[in-house]
Design a protein around this ligand. Structure first.
Ligand SMILES: C[S@@+](CC[C@H](N)C(=O)[O-])C[C@H]1O[C@@H](n2cnc3c(N)ncnc32)[C@H](O)[C@@H]1O
Length: 249
């Protein structure tokens, strides 16, 4: 007959299994929201999701703000932008060559056609129209078109479980609320990505408007870094990245 351990005399009881708890209490963690600026938040996103030494294609490099605080030898950075003649929808990489793609295209609409010529400061910063807009879409739909096509191209150059980091901001367009980050998540899910994380970057200055009549929606003072990984053949859960693509057998 089996006897319960607690019923045995103390000396005859089997040794108690010691419960091992890994790790230690800390609040030194990477948080999901901050107002420290893109140049401080972006390195934290990489720390969590991309192994040092990885091949990272920043396909909308711009002025390289994201990389200001990252040592140049930490990753194998491939920086391109439409300004250098490389369109994020047509990248110069082989299929599956890249560990991580960073995408930060213009995320606010400006008028299509030639109307951007009178919106020069905006166009200077975001280059909404420089890329040729390749679709008949305007306004928010044109913004989404670029995310869609660039997302598809990133999917081609990423290997399975490769990471896509996308910067975006919601916008109100023609008085209609457009939750761009939700639209992108839906779109990318259909494309074969898993949405794994979301970081909120809060502006640390107060945005204003030139002509205030009656406020209808909350003025946005935050944007997002969305983290996706390519589902490919390897379904299942996300895990801490083991090694960069180049080091893999
Ligand atoms: C919001 S800015 C990116 C800022 C950048 N992340 C930084 O840290 O400076 C958008 C960038 O996308 C680029 N761009 C616009 N359309 C593009 C396209 N089709 N392909 C590649 N880059 C594009 C613009 O030239 C601009 O530099």
């Amino acid at each position: 007959m089996r006897m319960e351990a607690r019923a045995l005399p103390r000396g005859d009881r089997p040794p108690r299994r010691r419960r091992v708890r890994n790790g230690e209490a800390t609040n030194d963690l990477i948080l999901s929201a901050c107002a420290d600026g893109n140049d401080r938040l972006f390195p934290r996103v990489l720390d969590l999701y991309v192994k040092p030494g990885s091949a990272i294609a920043d396909v909308t490099y711009g002025k390289g703000v994201f990389w200001r605080r990252i040592p140049s030898d930490r990753y194998d950075l491939r920086a391109t932008d439409i300004r250098d003649g490389v369109d994020c929808r047509d990248l110069p990489y082989d299929d599956g060559e890249i560990d991580c793609v960073v995408l930060d295209p213009p995320y606010m609409h400006s008028p299509g056609g030639t109307a951007h010529e009178v919106h020069t400061p905006f166009e200077d910063r975001y280059r909404n129209n420089e890329s040729g807009n390749r679709t008949g879409s305007k306004y928010h739909e044109a913004v989404l078109d670029l995310y869609r096509e660039a997302g598809r191209e990133a999917h081609r150059v990423l290997h399975d479980r490769g990471v896509l980091i996308v910067k975006c901001q919601d916008e109100v367009c023609s008085n209609r609320q457009r939750f761009t980050h939700v639209e992108i998540m839906r779109m990318y899910d259909e494309m074969g990505y898993v949405a794994e994380d979301l970081f909120v970057a809060v502006r640390n200055n107060r945005p204003g408007v030139s002509r205030a009549v009656r406020q209808v929606h909350a003025r946005k003072n935050h944007s997002y870094f969305l983290v996706f990984w390519k589902r490919g053949e390897s379904r299942g859960q996300w895990d801490i990245p083991v090694q960069p693509c180049a080091a893999r057998p």
